[in-house]
Design a protein around this ligand. Structure first.
Ligand code: FES
Ligand code: MG
Length: 579
């Protein structure tokens, strides 16, 4: 039996009170709510639900959320709550430069402070484009109110000349085809209209789909929510269900901390790996866990990866399917029903059922989209964690998206000090790049990027593309888009900008990648590295003022989630009504 909170126990009661005797401040809050046009009986004594909406005209992944918030409100009203929509900052992967990763922690901070400072009893968090999912959940976890996440949902599959296109993945592919002279401007302009056909986030198993699936696995969405296409009527119904659910959660006093447990994060990691999901999830889940007070490390990912087969046959890790196929094949509940032995089934979720109860009726309707255990896409999870003298604090590789011949490879380094230099010079034949070279990009980490942009899939030089080379070993302190592919070693920590060993590599040095041994080695002896280190000088600060300066001062390295140190640490925060 769920305990039911009395209205006087709601957090918002401190603002609204009831009756004349509750003081001047409460009188003023009630008067201002009349000013908003609400009758007392519409809100007094009811749970106040903040709907945090990352809608914006500039964000194609969230452009439908302005309407979708109406469905959430419908649910909240039906359940007897009082919904209030709050526009919050939008993180558009496509448009925000240098990268929305620079602003993930800003949205997390906005989420936290907004929920804390207003009369809010529970929150519905609306987002889905890459960083918005972790940002909203990080902020909400730090306040620890009841909360439900409404994933934006994938856009419809892309189409071009009878071919089905995946966002990101096919953009890179056809761009390479154009560079290789296989298609021309006419084809490219048709592709421009075919790649992204509707509102919604990327419909491959990119970062967005990976993170919304992680949110569902954590238990903070309505069951089955994450794969519903953004423009499907089912998405409206899911949003309404989230509105109904959050009111129940407030009444029952089920907070995020009841749901975001160590077991929940272990299951989210299992899910991400079994989906063959984005490497970005490694950073975001570590950061989210940190806010929930759960310790999650790179080694946890590597350990769990060895136990989880990849079952989602979805681009870009598997293929050829897209998120809509995954949805109709059974979605995340169907997928989870295939790995129940690897999950913690008796933990709570926002649905009030345990995961076990939720999955009892889950089914898979297409064994090629969601594979059986006997016929996996890959025997092991999609991400491996590398160690070695080039990455003392770790690096990651999505080895299932790499050409198998490169998973054990030794070659000479060709080093680029920053992205712009790399862009300008990569096609220069004078660099002597061959298919065996190891391309190294530095200056692209959390501080150096800044914001650790998705530069990690370095382009293959034109002359090699024309010879048919489509993959090479690439190493950087950058991230990689979840829709990218190739033998790309990412998240090298510590990054070069703070003097990590990546800063000391020189063109011509030999590097060995050995994924099976989980190792990345620079064949330069320690004494020589020490000599190079002694001569190394830190690059100049990029920001002397503003948010960038705060970011530079507080950002942590990739292996610890790139949170701000002052947001990640535990400690007391004063409630607005205390003292
Ligand atoms: Fe928003 Fe891909 S651009 S999810
Ligand atoms: Mg992306």
């Amino acid at each position: 039996m769920v305990p039911v909170k009395r209205p006087e126990e709601f957090r918002s009661h401190q603002w609204y009170g009831s009756g004349v005797s509750s003081g001047l401040r409460s009188f003023s809050h009630r008067a201002r709510t009349r000013q908003l046009g609400y009758l007392p009986e519409e809100h007094l004594g009811k749970p106040v639900i903040a709907i945090l909406n990352t809608w914006s005209d500039i964000n194609p992944c969230h452009v439908h959320l302005r309407d979708r918030a109406q469905a959430v409100k419908r649910g909240v009203w039906q359940a007897g709550g009082f919904p209030l929509e709050f526009p919050v900052s939008t993180l558009s992967e496509t448009f925000q430069k240098p990268t929305p990763m620079l602003y993930r922690n800003l949205l997390a901070m906005e989420t936290e402070e907004l929920l804390r400072s207003y009369p809010v009893d529970g929150a519905v968090l609306m987002g889905g484009c890459d960083k918005s999912t972790p940002a909203l959940l990080m902020g909400a976890a730090s306040v620890d109110l009841p909360a439900v996440f409404v994933p934006a949902g994938p856009m419809l599959p892309g189409h071009w000349r009878n071919e089905v296109l995946g966002s990101g993945t096919d953009m890179w592919k056809y761009w390479d085809d154009k560079r290789a002279g296989l298609i021309g401007d006419c084809e490219m302009s048709e592709l421009e209209s075919g790649l992204a056909r509707s509102p919604g986030h990327c419909m491959t198993m990119g970062t967005a789909s990976t993170l919304t699936a992680a949110a569902e696995a954590l238990g903070v969405t309505v069951p089955g929510a994450s794969s519903i296409p953004a423009v499907d009527s089912g998405h409206d119904r899911m949003a309404a269900a989230a509105g109904l659910r959050i009111v129940e959660l407030v009444r029952g006093d089920r907070k995020l901390s009841d749901i975001l447990t160590e077991e929940a994060f272990a299951d989210a990691v299992t899910t991400v790996l079994g989906l063959g999901g984005s490497t970005n999830a490694v950073i975001h889940l570590i950061a989210m866990a940190g806010r929930a007070g759960v310790s999650l490390t790179l080694d946890d990912f590597d350990r769990i990866a060895r136990t989880v087969p990849v079952l989602a046959n979805v681009r870009p890790g598997g293929g050829p399917y897209l998120m809509e196929d995954f949805h109709f094949a059974g979605g995340l509940p169907g997928f989870l029903s295939r790995i129940t032995d690897l999950l913690h089934l008796d933990r709570p979720t926002v649905s009030y059922d345990t995961l076990r109860e939720q999955l009892a009726s889950a089914q898979v309707h297409d064994d090629d989209v969601i594979r059986t255990r006997a016929n996996p896409v890959a025997d092991e999870g999609g991400v491996a964690v590398l160690r070695g003298n080039l990455c003392p604090d770790g690096a990651v590789i999505k080895h299932i998206a790499a050409e198998p011949r490169l998973l054990k490879h030794t070659g000479p380094a060709v080093v680029f000090d920053d992205y712009r230099t790399m862009q300008r010079t990569i096609n220069d034949p004078g660099l002597g790049i061959t298919a065996d070279s190891v391309l190294v990009l530095r200056g692209a980490g959390p501080k150096g990027g800044p914001g650790m942009p998705e530069y990690g899939m370095l382009p293959i030089p034109d002359h090699l593309l024309k010879q048919g080379v489509r993959d090479m070993v690439r190493i950087s302190d950058a991230r990689m888009s979840g829709t990218s592919y190739g033998t790309c070693v990412l998240h090298v920590a510590p990054e070069s900008y703070v003097g990590g060993p990546l800063a000391l590599v020189r063109t011509g040095d030999t590097i060995t990648l050995d994924v099976e041994a989980r190792s990345l080695r620079l064949h330069v002896d320690d004494a020589e590295l020490e000599r190079r280190g002694a001569r190394w000088t830190p690059p100049p600060e990029r920001y002397e003022r503003g948010y960038g300066a705060l970011y530079n001062e507080q950002i942590t390295q990739a292996d610890t989630g790139c949170d701000f140190a002052f947001l990640a640490r535990p400690g007391k925060v004063q409630d607005p009504y205390a003292g």
